[in-house]
Design a protein around this ligand. Structure first.
Ligand code: GTB
Length: 221
């Protein structure tokens, strides 16, 4: 059965692949699973029909037959679980890859999101100039540690896994901040992820949605 995922009808990132549906697109492309995408507006997400799929009224969601999932990490795990190209068969290697999935979402992403949110909603506050360096140093703390662990390896633990897929999407959220540039091995790691054919297909698919929306907008009065 072909799964259906949800994504922004008009992504605020203008097609840069920063929203969390990008990880799901990428995972599906990595395993070669065809899928459909249902585009939703911010209003649609808060409607009962969408909330039945996602209690917090967000994207992404994933529907496959009578299974409905939300949370990008859980969705990527569900996709990866059935395919050894994203999770190794060896039990210990698999457990370590899953550990990296959690580390990406629970340890590395939170300080990155805190910084990003401050730049979006606190920019005009009196404390912003003082708070931003504090938030950036928290991000640097995590990047220092991650950079040290990655060293000159290609991926976090042997072959590319769902742990790398999530980590790369998390680190991409720093694009434009200059922070990742301070860590050449992490910049190269993200570039390696982005060079994967499955990433490119996923990126192009979500960019095409934005481009099509922009063309439509141009014809509005
Ligand atoms: N923990 C959930 C998950 O991992 O799936 C978080 C899901 C989530 O935050 N979804 C966001 C959403 O639906 C989109 S990804 N927001 C709408 C709402 O809450 O009403 C967050 C996001 C949005 C936009 C950008 N951007 O433009 O750069 C980046 C990330």
């Amino acid at each position: 059965m072909t799964p259906t995922i949800t994504a922004f009808e008009r992504s605020p990132d203008r097609g840069k692949g920063q929203a969390r549906d990008m990880r799901v697109h990428w995972a599906l492309e990595e395993v070669g699973q065809p899928y459909d995408v249902r585009l939703v507006s911010f209003d649609d997400m808060k409607e009962p029909a969408h909330r039945a799929l996602h209690p917090f009224g967000q994207i992404p969601t994933y529907e496959e037959g009578n299974l409905a999932l939300f949370e990008s990490g859980a969705i990527v795990f569900h996709i990866a679980e059935r395919n050894s190209s994203l999770l190794p068969n060896d039990a210990n290697a698999r457990a370590r890859a899953i550990t990296w999935m959690f580390a990406a979402l629970n340890t590395v992403e939170p300080p990155i999101v805190d910084r990003e949110m401050a730049t979006l909603v606190e920019r005009d506050k009196t404390w912003y100039e003082q708070r931003l360096p504090i938030l950036e140093d928290r991000v640097r703390g995590r990047l220092d540690e991650l950079s040290r662990r990655l060293g000159d390896a290609d991926w976090l633990d042997g072959a590319f896994s769902a742990g790398d897929l999530l980590m790369v999407t998390v680190l991409r959220r720093l694009n434009g901040s200059g922070l990742l540039d301070e860590y050449p091995n992490l910049s190269a790691y993200v570039a390696r992820g982005e060079a994967r054919p499955a990433f490119k297909r996923a990126f192009d698919a979500q960019l095409a949605v934005f481009t099509a929306g922009s063309l439509t907008d141009k014809h509005l009065p």
